[in-house]
Design a protein around this ligand. Sequence first.
Ligand code: DAH
Length: 344
Amino acid sequence: MANEKITHIVDGALEKINGATTVDELVEIKNTYLGKKSELSSMTSLIGTLPNEEKKAFGAAIHEAKEKITNEVENKLAIFKEKELNEKLQKESIDISLPGRDYHVGSRNPFHVIIDEVTDIFIGMGFEVANGPEVEKDLYNFELLNLPKNHPARDMQDTFYIDENTLLRTHTSPVQARTMEAKKGAPIRIICPGKTYRRDDDDATHSHQFAQVEGLVIDKGINIGHLKATLELFAKKMFGEKREIRLRSSFFPFTEPSVEVDITCANCGGKGCNICKGTGYIEILGAGMVHPNVLKMNGYDPDVYSGFAFGVGIERVAMLRYGIDDVRKFYQNDVRFIHQFSKK
Ligand code: DAH
């Protein structure tokens, strides 16, 4: 009688297991048939009421029934898990015939590429790299460079003033005064690459922010021949061995004599074309022999020491090197522009 009931329960359970379609359903079936409140469990407590000779067989029958149901549930669960895994694998399968994605490696702004090149060239000639602040005192930016307050030549550099005595440096030349003040001796052989600012309206050839590399050499017996040889070597390394330079007389308050340095036009080789406006030359930088007043104001006796200085516009060098026609492109961060200069 009791065995019949057990068989009935097992048959019912197997039928349900068979019909189950989800893991959740299986778990529920398992709880119903094998849990503490299941029929089989409550039948276990009947053992005590049975005559001794029946106890063993009855207990074994319940145990067997539970084991059968457990096995069936486990088998079905295993089938479900395998199915689930196969579906997952199917979904996550990788199509190895797809072409790979192209990852873009960032590239450096040509502006920085040129600063590094210029720096390397001068380091190769024995120069050291010096630095100075972009927010500068009027004293270093103008006064110690022979440009006292109200000097008309201040108009050459339209200035962003922060207060009466503080400004955004209009050129890297204040680093000359700062270096002389810090060194108080010779020889000095420095360059200073850095950002500079002027109150210019931005257009294709002007930018309110730009960069220069300043150069300063001070020692006993420095003459304009040293200046010319140094800048000639720089021009050839930067623009090519065939380039020649020429010095044109000019004016800067901090140098005497002052010169503007031109290089032969790469386009026509010096014959004259529309790029060099028929002159055969293109201006690249300003330079000169350090003015005796500047030496004196910064603690150097002009009867003992002499020196030369120069200032190169970085964007101008980059524009000439790469044929870039608009200075604003350096600051617009258009990756299509910047990527053209990446070294792949
Ligand atoms: N500071 C000048 C400018 O920004 C460039 C310059 C000219 C720098 C002559 C020099 C120099 O050191 O000697 O226009």
